[in-house]
Design a protein around this ligand. Structure first.
Ligand code: NDP
Length: 245
């Protein structure tokens, strides 16, 4: 089905930043959006705004590190709207630091959220997409995976793991399923709040202030991929500030 009107779109990481902007944008264009993240107050507020503006939205508090949460989330989409067209696995964290600092808990968390969170989404949605005979996975990666710099090793590794998983998924998907990866550069969001290393957070905030582009730019790029006809797979999108090296 080409276009966005009437599509049922589940979005993880919808409580702020890119996920929230994407939810607003898609709902304005007639999609039914199912919002997911851990903060219930944020989800309730965004859902209320979308519905007040005439859009269709619901939400479920979801921790993507828990496989059962993803199963319940896609279940909510089916229960509310009768189908699932798109799963946007966008939830992510970036507690970056130099490897020498041995912030091993941060490494674990990045793998759990950024990699396993996406796998849990695939496990939940793939059987539904197969049954329906259509479906679209959208995975948020990062330009950090394209140009790897100090402090970003594990974060970039997590995003590149998802890059490989996404390509494998595309290879196995056949002609009925679509797989899109989007790699943003610096985007003005709350991501630095997930940076536990003060030096990395300060640097991240300064770079964001200097050059970050708005989350709406990423939302529009995601919408472009979702709006294509069923036989047009927008595989990879890279979108970054012009000032970014
Ligand atoms: P935000 O911090 O604004 O958004 C991150 C989202 O992920 C929040 O909604 C957060 O919600 C959610 N989240 C974090 N952990 C979990 C979890 N365990 N379960 C469910 N949801 C979770 O940052 P962005 O919007 O920037 O990040 C969105 C994606 O974009 C991420 O994958 C990030 O890596 C990627 N990205 C961002 C860039 C940037 O410059 N901003 C650049 C490149 C990629 P809550 O805390 O309520 O759970």
């Amino acid at each position: 089905m080409a276009g966005i009107e009437g599509k049922v779109v589940v979005i993880t990481g919808a409580s702020s930043g890119i996920g929230a902007a994407t939810a607003r944008h898609l709902a304005q264009r007639g999609a039914c959006v199912v919002l997911a993240a851990r903060r219930p107050d944020r989800l309730a507020a965004l859902c209320g705004q979308i519905v007040a503006q005439g859009g269709k939205a619901c939400y479920r508090v979801t921790d993507v590190t828990r496989r059962a949460d993803l199963a319940q989330l896609v279940g909510l989409a089916i229960e509310q709207y009768g189908k699932l067209d798109v799963l946007i696995s966008n939830a992510g964290i970036a507690p970056i630091s130099l490897l020498d600092e041995l912030r091993v808990d941060d490494w674990d968390n990045m793998i759990d959220v950024n990699v396993k969170g996406v796998l849990h989404g695939i496990a939940a949605a793939l059987p539904i997409f197969r049954r329906q005979g259509f479906g679209h996975f959208v995975h948020t990666l990062s330009t950090a995976g394209l140009r790897i710099v100090p402090t970003m090793a594990v974060y970039a590794g997590s995003k590149n793991a998802v890059r490989a998983i996404s390509e494998g998924l595309r290879q196995e998907a056949g002609d009925k399923l679509l797989v899109t990866t989007i790699s943003p550069g610096y985007v003005d969001t709350e991501l630095p709040s997930s940076m536990s290393d003060p030096a990395a957070r300060e640097k991240g905030l300064a770079t964001m202030k200097q050059m970050a582009i708005p989350a709406e730019s990423i939302a529009e790029a995601i919408a472009f991929a979702i709006a294509q006809p069923d036989n047009v797979d927008v595989g990879e999108i890279v979108i970054r500030p012009t000032a970014q090296a």
